[in-house]
Design a protein around this ligand. Sequence first.
Ligand code: SAM
Ligand code: SF4
Length: 384
Amino acid sequence: MQFDVRETESAGDAIALSLPQFRAVEDVGRNAATKSGLDATPEQLPAAPAHIRAGGRMMDSHGRTILDLRISITDRCNFRCVYCMEPDVQFQPRENVMTPSEIIRMARVAQSLGVRKIRLTGGEPTLHPQLTDIISGIRAATDVEIAMISNGSLLTRQKLSAWKRAGLDRMTISIDSVRADRFARVTRSTVTPEDVIAGIEMCVAEGLTPLKLNAVLVRGQNDDEAVELARLARRFGVEMRFIEYMPLDSAHAWDRSLMVTARETRAAVEAVFPLTPTNMDDSHSTARTYRFMDGAPGRIGFIAPVSIPFCGACSRLRLTADGNVRPCLFSTKEWSVMTLLRGGASDAELANFLIDVTWTKLAGHNIASPDFVQPERPMSAVGG
Ligand code: SAM
Ligand code: SF4
């Protein structure tokens, strides 16, 4: 089935000076996958300065430009990773989740504002029954790079090949352990690491590359697996990235002492596999990447948002499954674009909305500050 990507466009392109009340969602509650921006107290989104709107780019007040949009296409997941979702997390009613047409339309408007890369995420995006249509719709409407991140548990050659034909450029697969008992404990699923490793092999075979692998090390859970995970990079010639555990878990159980820093992880990997910087990281990259000094294929990446914040180079904006735009992963406020999407707004109004939200982006996440407030919504709800 093909979506008509124009079907939700409203006629006319006049830029409304007086837009409807946008709804800000502030500190939506625990297990907040159930909270919808549509229930929130209306709050007026301040307009960006006229010259910023006129520039037709998403620029924030700190001089950063948005090039990368992460779209959570579903908040549902078949895993309950300990650092992400509690077992009893509740999901959005389906009617609150963006439709494929709404997702595709947002992708098109974002590209018109300079976005060059869209990452489909979740929840688990491969659970979405219309995933192929979403990919092909974005491909028909834009020429952005389309990437997707998945827990790798539901992959088949047939699906990967269909997504690739539809326009998917590359994949990232999360894998936190190569030991079956650990994997079960961390993901609280019956999937095995072999299932995910088979998925990794299939992605490589399908050419959904450069393939990246993500792992979150949590102290006392899988913090002794850095070397085993690094071996996957060498085995498949891919980039294995270690992400610091961030305070974005639905249980609010994050504690600095549970986080394994990038420095610690690097030392563990280097004790077995000496590394040298690739010097290939672009200025917007979240990861600092290294290659193996012995010349083995593959790379190691470290993403250290907590210990070495990279907010100054941030070029990302996030769209939640229920149609809220988040200026930052750690925002305690997000803005509902669903109100516009379902209220007959024109593309120009959507564009102004994205420009205005971007303008509200704070300089940094402030995790190190004693005043830091953990956002209520977990990573799975905000499009990690
Ligand atoms: N379900 C897919 C997956 O796991 O790859 C996509 C969504 S998941 C939210 C995206 C990424 O966020 C995964 O690599 C996951 O490990 C990471 N993540 C989730 N919660 C996190 C946390 N509290 N701190 C750091 N990374 C986290
Ligand atoms: Fe699901 Fe991904 Fe969160 Fe794990 S990290 S619970 S796989 S959304």
